[in-house]
Write a protein that binds this ligand. Structure first.
Ligand code: SF4
Length: 975
């Protein structure tokens, strides 16, 4: 809890606490359908431990929680009159990125309109603060372009002809197909493809209950590169930096401003800065993040690992490493045994071997590769070394997702944490699994016994996630077909590379039998679906979520705020859509309902998982699902609730979040519980403690401690996994030259690396298309070009260039800026939305009307017919739209570039810039999908397919979302 003075320093918004007794009596609520009356839960007037309100009449940062059920504010539109209005403030969780920040919905108690979303002060991750995208949830909720009812196509796929249908009809259609697929052993014809999950564990339970290996995520166009680098080190695939307590912070890419866990991390980074920490940012672009840093290292794209290894060398040469930590927690003996049998296995010899191995990574070599001065590299390395255990780092997308071998960037970055002993320490960087809490539901289904090669092909045994963006290529190759395909908050036609190949496959009913787009907003992909099913925004759905925002574990609860407000006032609903706008469903209820219909008599063994734990044999409600979780699966919550006289469910409804554990550090040193040690065995050579064949810890100084979930239970500097799975040259943290390395460019032809990975802080990939405030702020994605390059090319800001890729081109305007290093261009992927119809297909706040022509033989051309224009709607703001630029859709002109190890799409492009011709127009796109298929094959040829040791498809220990049963890992086993 911060003092008010501290909050003022941080720029918090203050408001006067209005005394409720002065407010007029509440008018009766609008009559609703008859429902049994239940009382508003009785809550003692006690503030939760997270937030203390000042006395009435004084200034407060937020409305005090004990008054959220009946909060009074003056009506802003009545100013200068003071007209009090009464609100029910209902906490929920933002759905506009993965940070899971808390929101408070202001529900007008008289009209049951949500008037605004603000921050939830008791949320431990966001602490009452949000980025622009959080409050913009109100735009999404009341967007006049919104899809409010389920739609069914009536013409050919992609023809844009729709009719309203019923949820019953859609559910029955899918239930019949999926039931038939399961009964006929066609499990792999069911695929669920998710863009933004926004929840933890619910979908995995659904799919495992069905027994299918159907989870296909967007991760390989997002973060699979970084994940592999971290997973190899520590058995957890994400970092959790404790920025607030750091003395030195090193960020790769624009993390502070737009990256992963954006607002919760940003506020903590700035706190550390205010307390004296220094920040360094490695990014070819002067991002907003770099502009806040003490050091901007404008690296040539793909050279980051070389710079990081040079820093490691400085730490070694200047003895700035943490000898005790490295000796205790790194698998150095394994490395020496395997690779340096010529040396005595002593720690001193390990350091010697390290210095020899990384001898070539001098600061001067790093300067030559990156363009960053050697002296700066040394200076930053020294700061990291001096920060010691209080050195926090982060990379997520950026360099790790842009380059061939980008996964090694994350590995080299974490190498610095390992050397400085800043793993799991205050101010250091922890495994994400320490700071994330996922409650386990009752009746957890067993793992699926099938392996879906359409998602996990044998060519990519180490891919960190599904090869989801190669689905069109796999289907074109005849590797399989789909009977039931769900895209869920996912827009591959626009988001993925090679979107035209997606269109070709989505239109083909022989490849995809039935496709439903579950989406809160129109999208380019929904246009090619059979059903468009409107799903709820942040204030219209239930989810539990948890993210590694800081060194604590917390659980957030997303709620349908109108339903909750009305239920608190006595109404009852069977389904959330009854309280949502139109017939907007929430996914959780959809999947429960669908599962019930797939197995109505229980003969498939599915129904069992969807029966109520409170009413045996009856279908579970979504409230019961969460009630059970909160009562049984969240340590400390029942006690905290009881202390306030609440049930655990009512506690979560009231506050929307709960801190399960705070100040989580050094968990690898946790002693293994005595009960676990019963029957365990110790491997004398390695010290690994095993029970029933599974490693549960490692002996350190005579005690069994948890260690890390890797094969050695240590941090794996040396990866026997990479060695054994055919990549021995990458067994250590290594610099891999990117596909956009200067050696691969012909500068005489004006070839450049295009940095295509950066976000804009105020936009989301697809879902912000219906947020008018956000598009008013950001609506253009010009090509960043350094003045020296602009001069040579003869272009000025606003003029057009043709950007040629492997498979086509796009035409964009340039922004001449010193914010990009010379010889590099950059373009944000956050803009360039398009629609094929004047009125539907994509929101008019954000999209251009285009003509998309298929010219035959895989050639596609897109031309913008009209930019963004004002239009008439029930929202008067639509007539006030003043911006006209919708940006340019660059991703469609990118071929797929699957990294042969991580499977990550390597986003950066080698492009050739050329002047536009007389027929070129702003926003023009041309692609050739035959050529994109050839590029796919070229990258596929770089892989080293399974089987690995033991005939396995994939190492058993490596993380995989929603793991199948071990027998499915056998390449010649189940399919
Ligand atoms: S960072 Fe912004 S978009 Fe992301 S969850 Fe928080 S408020 Fe929402």
């Amino acid at each position: 809890m911060r003092s008010l003075t501290e909050m003022l320093k941080l720029g918090a918004v203050f408001r006067q606490v209005v005394e409720t007794p002065d407010a007029p009596p509440l008018a009766p609520a609008t009559p609703r359908p008859a429902a049994p009356t239940t009382p508003v839960p009785t809550e003692p007037a006690r503030a939760p431990r997270h937030f203390t309100a000042p006395p009435t009449g004084e200034l407060a940062t937020y409305p005090p929680p004990e008054r959220w059920d009946d909060w009074v504010e003056y009506e802003s539109k009545a100013w200068p009159q003071k007209e009090p209005r009464r609100y029910m403030l209902v906490p929920t969780t933002c759905f506009n990125c993965e940070s899971g920040c808390g929101l408070l919905a202001y529900v007008d108690r008289q009209t049951f309109q949500v008037r605004k979303f603000e921050g939830n002060p008791v949320h431990p991750g966001s602490r009452g603060r949000n980025c622009a995208k959080g409050p913009a949830t109100i735009n999404q909720t009341y967007d006049p372009e919104r899809i409010l009812f389920p739609l069914k196509r009536v013409g050919p796929r992609g023809s844009g002809q729709w009719e309203r249908t019923t949820w019953d009809a859609v559910l029955d259609d899918f239930a019949t197909r999926i039931r038939a697929a399961l009964q006929e052993g066609r499990h792999n014809e069911v695929v669920y493809h998710v863009g933004r999950p926004g929840e933890d564990g619910f979908m995995e339970r659904i799919l495992q209950a069905w027994g299918v290996d159907a989870h296909n995520s967007h991760t390989n166009v997002c973060s699979a590169g970084a994940r592999l680098g971290y997973d190899i080190w520590m058995g957890s695939d994400r970092p959790s930096p404790d920025h607030a307590n750091a003395r030195f912070i090193l960020l790769l890419s624009s993390h502070l401003e737009t990256g992963h866990y954006f607002n919760p991390h940003a506020q903590r980074i700035i706190e550390a800065k205010m307390a004296g920490a220094k920040i360094a940012v490695m990014d070819p672009r002067l991002s907003n993040t770099a502009s806040m840093a003490d050091y901007w290292l404008s690296t040539y794209p793909g050279s980051e690992a070389a710079v990081l290894l040079a820093m490691a060398r400085v730490l070694l040469d200047e003895e700035l490493y943490d000898r005790a930590f490295v000796e205790r927690w790194v698998n150095w003996e394994e490395y020496l045994r395997a690779e340096r049998a010529d040396l005595e296995p002593t720690f001193d010899n390990f350091i010697l071997a390290l210095k020899e191995h990384y001898a070539e990574f001098t600061p001067e070599y790093a300067e030559q590769e990156s363009g960053v001065a050697a002296a700066t590299i040394v200076e930053v390395a020294r700061l990291a070394g001096r920060a010691g255990s209080a050195f926090s780092t982060h990379v997520w997308r950026g360099a790790a997702s842009g380059n061939l071998g980008g996964w090694q960037v994350a590995r080299c970055l974490f190498f610095l944490n390992v050397l400085t002993g800043s793993v799991g320490t205050p101010g250091g960087t922890s495994p994400n699994s320490w700071d994330k809490f996922v409650p386990v539901p009752w009746r957890k289904p067993g793992p699926q016994k099938v392996w879906n090669e359409l998602l996990w092909p044998r060519e990519y045994p180490l891919a960190h996630h599904e090869l989801s963006y190669l689905l069109p290529h796999f289907l074109k190759e005849g590797r399989g077909k789909l009977s039931a395909y769900f895209t869920r908050v996912y827009n591959p036609v626009w988001t993925n590379p090679d979107g035209a190949s997606w269109i070709e496959v989505l239109r083909d009913e022989s490849k995809i039998g039935l496709h439903a787009a579950l989406t809160p907003v129109w999208s380019e992909t929904a246009w090619f679906a059979d059903y468009v099913l409107p799903m709820g925004h942040a204030g219209e759905r239930h989810d539990t979520i948890s993210y590694e925002t800081h060194s604590a574990k917390w659980l957030g609860y997303r709620q349908p705020v109108l339903r909750v407000a009305r239920e608190k006032l006595g109404e009852r609903f069977e389904y959330t859509y009854e309280a949502n706008p139109g017939e907007v469903w929430e996914e959780d209820e959809w999947w429960i309902e669908l599962s019930w219909r797939i197995d109505p008599d229980g003969s498939l063994g599915i129904r069992h998982y969807f029966e109520s734990p409170y009413r045996p044999g009856e279908k579970i409600t979504i409230n019961e699902y969460h009630q059970w979780l909160f009562e049984n699966a969240v340590p400390g919550l029942p006690e905290a609730a009881a202390a306030e006289g609440l049930t655990p469910f009512d506690y979560m409804r009231k506050y929307g979040a709960f801190t399960v554990a705070d100040k989580v550090y050094r968990l690898h040193e946790t002693p293994v519980a005595p009960a676990q040690l019963d029957g365990a065995e110790v491997d004398e050579a390695s010290g690994i403690v095993r029970k029933g064949g599974a490693a549960i810890g490692i002996m350190r100084d005579g005690q069994a401690v948890t260690g890390f979930p890797t094969p050695s239970r240590k941090l794996e500097f040396y990866s026997s996994t990479l060695r054994d799975w055919k990549w021995p040259e990458y067994a250590l943290p290594t610099y891999i030259k990117s596909h956009v390395h200067p050696e691969n460019l012909d500068r005489s032809r004006e070839e450049f690396p295009l940095v295509a990975t950066f976000r804009l802080p105020t936009l989301i990939h697809t879902r912000s298309g219906n947020a008018k405030w956000l598009y008013e702020i950001s609506h253009t994605n010009p090509l960043w070009l350094h003045p020296t390059d602009a001069k040579r090319l003869g272009v000025k800001t606003g003029e057009l260039l043709k950007v040629n890729t492997d498979i086509g081109y796009f035409v964009s305007k340039v922004w001449v800026t010193e914010g990009i290093r010379p010889g590099v261009v950059a373009c944000s992927h956050h803009l360039g939305r398009w629609r094929l119809s004047d009125t539907i297909g994509c929101d008019r706040w954000s999209s251009a009307l285009v003509d998309l022509k298929e010219e035959g033989n895989g050639q596609w051309r897109m031309r913008q017919l009209q930019g963004i224009r004002p239009w008439k709607s029930e929202d008067p703001d639509s007539e006030r739209v003043w911006w006209s630029d919708a940006g340019v859709h660059q991703n469609m002109t990118f071929a797929v570039h699957p990294d042969p190890l991580s499977g990550m799409h390597c986003w950066h492009q080698k492009v050739r810039l050329e002047p536009v011709g007389p027929n070129d127009r702003y926003g023009d796109i041309y692609v050739d999908t035959r050529r994109s298929f050839e590029v796919y094959r070229e990258w596929l040829a770089m892989t080293r397919p399974a089987p690995g040791p033991g005939g396995l498809r994939r190492p058993l220990w490596l993380l995989r979302p929603y793991k199948p049963a071990p027998e499915a890992y056998q390449l010649n086993g189940a399919h």
